[in-house]
Design a protein around this ligand. Sequence first.
Ligand code: GLC
Length: 482
Amino acid sequence: MARPFSQEHQRVRPSSKEDAVVIRAQEHFERTLVRVKGELVGSVAALDHPGRSGEANYGEVFLRDNVPVMIYLLLQGRYEVVRNFLSVSLELQSNDIKTRGVFPTSFVEQDGVVLADYGQRSIGRITSVDASLWWPILCWLYVKRSRDMEFGASQQVQRGVQLLLDLVLHPTFEGTPVLFVPDCAFMIDRPMDVWGNPLEVEVLLYGCLRSCCHLMELAQRDRMSRLLHQRIELTQEWMHDLRSFLLKHYWVTSKTVQVLRRRPTEQYGDHQHENEFNVQPQVIPPWLQDWLENRGGYLIGNMRTGRPDFRFYSLGNSLACLFGVITAPQQRALFRLVLHNRDHLMAQMPMRICHPPMEGDEWMNKTGSDPKNWPWSYHNGGHWPSLLWYLAGAVLLHEQRHPEADVLLMGQMRAMMEECYWAQLNQLPRQQWAEYFDGPTGTWVGQQARTYQTWTIVGFLLLHHMLRVNPSQVSLIDIETH
Ligand code: GLC
């Protein structure tokens, strides 16, 4: 693929205003926190939002937007706020017969009543699967950090976990370990042809099952139960199958693509396993050749019969490192890929959410002509500063787990993160902490971007914390350790 923006990043320079920017960001962050029933519970999605006049919901507490918020609060030792957030969300877990176990996308207190949105009020009336999968992960991170084992083993939490597991671990027509979801079921919550088994949802499912196991083990320690023991074993088995499925069908490198291109098609029967999804070689896009280079690798966006999605999704891939879905050598292959494609993925505002964008007829048909997801905008190739800290976390956690491995590569990754940090530090305050950025280099403030977007602000603060204050504390987001 053409590399039209090379060397752009070298213009970024350190700024002497670092301390002042961080202090201002901390002040903005404090203003995002809101109360429910008198207690602090989390952050609104954005400080400046037209929702003030009624029509949008950026004034609500979104579960997904609060992931970095909760991690930041855990780092600061503000455990009560995290516990309140977890408790309020848990009380709102659906009991309705058709959505039993689902956690809300967002909630808000209005006239003393807590209103939850499970998707039925949102634009497009979409589902939000990721919020439900994030809840146990956040709960486990809270328990692990605060040592509040009592909360983890409590009846409410254990009941919530069981309800959620009933929702995700059930027989399906496909009989696969992946979760089948409609379009718009996660951070990308507008039509983008991400229905089926999108990477972010599947990786979150893995993290969710892992965290549910940890939480169930807490209860098992208190009161041995045969049923619970079986449930833990079943969940572990499902997790194992899910990981094998993702590694087999989603992981690509230059080598595996060459195998994929020469596979037989139209295979019938259970003894032929080379091309279970009957993928025709023509669907492998030519841009993959330069994108993967010699030693790069990544998890593709989706696998569906005949129609894999080869787009690169930053969040799904970063989470796959953090949760240990991909192995250490695979993580380094992913880092090489990011370095090789940094002019696309980072450019002027790290980092792009999804690459490449859909254009022309493809955009028209697959997004339903969505003007917000115009090529190079919003979810369709836009740049979201809130995503960078997840990748930085993956890099630092990798260094912590494997300090001796490929020091040259890891040094390059560190240097890149450092430059990306300065890029954000220089631009975000000037651009009022915008939600997203548009265009092939991510220079323009998103056409419909909110300003003072919480996860932009707190994502930067997390990045600052991990790069400047205490890199070793990245272990807080490691779901594996106790
Ligand atoms: C938009 C984003 C979604 C986010 C929400 C609140 O709908 O697409 O991911 O959670 O805004 O910030």
